[in-house]
Design a protein around this ligand. Structure first.
Ligand code: PMV
Length: 318
């Protein structure tokens, strides 16, 4: 039994930060993202009668340790749900630069879920792929679709209503990722969000912030108002980082270099450019802009960034 799939990565405009159930990656709130063009992972999954354990190959190299353990755990749930006994050989090829702060797990688990469901001829609807992708990495649920995507938190205990749906084309959006540090992040998103939920006195306000920001973002998308959408996204990113900073001990991702980029983007804006920032569980900064301003953003950030990546809006799983 063999299946293949390819998925792009995505960047959250309204962040997923906190789980209501850890095992199934069920989130506390909805989230919103834009799928990025050209930064993708292709996966082939083979459930093989002859295999004596699961195996993971990333860009040609056999990978063991935590990444394999996480995959095996995901596969155990998948096998149980689909009455499959065979171990699985998962071969992934990704062109996502490791240092760019662009999560590869989002595209990887979207493509793994797609490849495995195609292999066992299960329910290969996008909705179902999104549910299985979510169990590997929450943000992966959104990479099943192109353009602007909402992952609805859902309410069901089994996660059946917690999957993503497309919300619009996101036409004209350009994301410039500015690399501040290429060192591995000190606190994983999983650990960072769990600690925030458990210890941050600001966390109760997070759900209120997200529902307000989601409503504003939906209205901005409906009106085709990218400036308003980016402004809401920037506010939401700072709110996420503030919530995390108040955890004990603090969950701190932004560094001096991050603020240098943030300040420069603010300066560009005061000069009339349409450019806002968003940051995830790491120090790198993603600039939300349009093709009219992407060149000037690149030019101004080059001297203060280690590297820059420019992406348009990407399509969903293929
Ligand atoms: O899907 P995870 O577990 O890698 O968490 C993603 C967390 C953020 O990137 C910070 C926010 C998001 O919604 O993608």
């Amino acid at each position: 039994m063999r299946g293949q799939a390819k998925a792009n990565t995505n960047i959250a405009l309204i962040k997923y930060w906190g789980k209501r159930q850890k095992e199934l990656n069920l989130p506390v709130t909805d989230s919103l993202s834009v799928t990025l063009d050209g930064l993708s992972t292709s996966v082939e999954a083979v459930f093989d009668k002859a295999a004596v354990h699961d195996s993971l190959r990333i860009n040609g190299a056999i990978v063991e340790g935590a990444a394999l353990q996480r995959l095996t755990q995901w596969l155990d749930g998948f096998r149980q749900a689909h009455q499959v006994k065979e171990f699985c050989l998962v071969n992934t090829q990704s062109n996502i630069p490791i240092s760019a702060g662009l999560a590869s797990s989002a595209s990887s688990y979207a493509a793994i879920a797609g490849a495995c469901l195609r292999a066992v001829a299960g329910d290969v609807s996008s909705e179902n792929i999104s549910r299985w992708a979510r169990r590997g990495s929450g943000s992966a649920s959104r990479s099943v679709f192109g353009g602007l995507v909402v992952w609805q938190a859902g309410e069901a205990a089994d996660g059946s209503d917690s999957y993503a749906t497309p919300l619009g084309a996101g036409e004209g959006i350009v994301v410039v990722a500015a690399v501040v540090s290429d060192k591995p992040k000190s606190i994983s998103s999983r650990e960072g969000m769990n600690r925030t939920v458990e210890t941050s006195p600001l966390y109760p306000g997070w759900a209120t912030t997200v529902s307000r920001d989601m409503a504003a973002a939906r209205a901005a998308i409906k009106a085709g108002d990218l400036k308003l959408l980016f402004e809401v996204a920037e506010h939401n990113a700072f709110a996420m980082h503030a919530t995390a900073l108040a955890a004990r001990p603090a969950v701190r991702y932004l560094q001096a270099g991050s603020f240098a980029i943030i300040d420069e983007v603010k300066r560009l804006r005061s000069e009339g450019a349409l450019a806002y920032v968003t940051m995830d569980a790491g120090p790198n900064v993603k600039v939300l802009t349009t093709s009219d301003y992407a060149d000037v953003v690149m030019e101004r950030l080059t001297p203060i960034s280690k590297k820059l990546f420019r992406c348009g809006v990407g399509e969903g799983l293929t």
